[in-house]
Design a protein around this ligand. Structure first.
Ligand code: TYD
Length: 199
């Protein structure tokens, strides 16, 4: 059964809006759904989020803080929820570290895989909201306060997007790629069809 679902995409792809809608669609099917996010998801994780989104730091520190937040999140929130029969939807998970720290920053892919093994669990299903970077940037420009990642230039996001594509190519069965440049209605229609097969 599909119980652990993650949402991924570059900043501005619209995944957070879609996530709230998808969670409601699953709830209306009678599923007990926990919605959470990374970096964050626990009190300690939210403190790490604050640091990693706002303070300058080296690439290695950034990656380690993302994974520290993740390990805490898995142990304190995700595993207990799954064990009690709930469905967990996380706004970002390990794929984001491959895309942003691996693709965006250029951190060694194999080293990230070692950290991923330490996390121990993988999503059953990952919805990747794919969108051309120009479209994503345009959506973000409406947003007043940009964090350390959102302030990066277009080339950084092109590398992040390529990182996501590499992850999809490495694990096609786990991913559903959604064209997030489509209208909101069309994306919702696809999500409704995916939600209809879960549970
Ligand atoms: P995001 O979901 O975009 O938060 P919000 O919608 O509130 O802006 O996530 C915050 C940022 O963290 C995003 O730019 C991607 C980055 N990030 C990484 O670089 N690596 C990771 O492993 C994770 C989970 C997130």
């Amino acid at each position: 059964m599909t119980k652990f679902i993650t949402f991924e995409g570059v900043d501005g792809a619209g995944k957070s809006t879609h996530l709230a809608w998808f969670a409601d669609a699953l709830r209306s099917r009678g599923l007990d759904v926990v919605v959470t996010r990374e970096p964050g998801g626990t009190p300690l994780g939210e403190q790490l989020r604050e640091m990693v989104l706002n303070q300058p730091m080296s690439m290695g520190t950034e990656a380690m803080l993302m994974f520290a937040s993740r390990i805490e999140h898995v142990e304190e929130v995700i595993k207990p929820a799954l064990l009690s029969g709930k469905c967990v939807i996380s706004d970002r998970f390990s794929d984001a570290s491959f895309a942003y720290q691996g693709g965006g920053r250029g951190m060694d892919w194999e080293r990230l895989k070692e950290l991923e093994q330490w996390v121990g669990i993988k999503p059953d299903l990952t919805l990747f909201f794919d969108v051309p970077i120009e479209v994503a940037r345009q959506r973000l420009s409406n947003n007043a306060s940009l964090d350390r990642f959102e302030q990066e230039q277009g080339e950084f996001f092109e590398r992040v997007r390529a990182g996501y594509h590499r992850r999809v190519a490495e694990d096609r069965l786990r991913f559903k790629v959604i064209d997030a440049a489509q209208s909101l209605e069309e994306v919702k229609r696809q999500l409704a069809s995916i939600a209809g097969k879960i549970g």
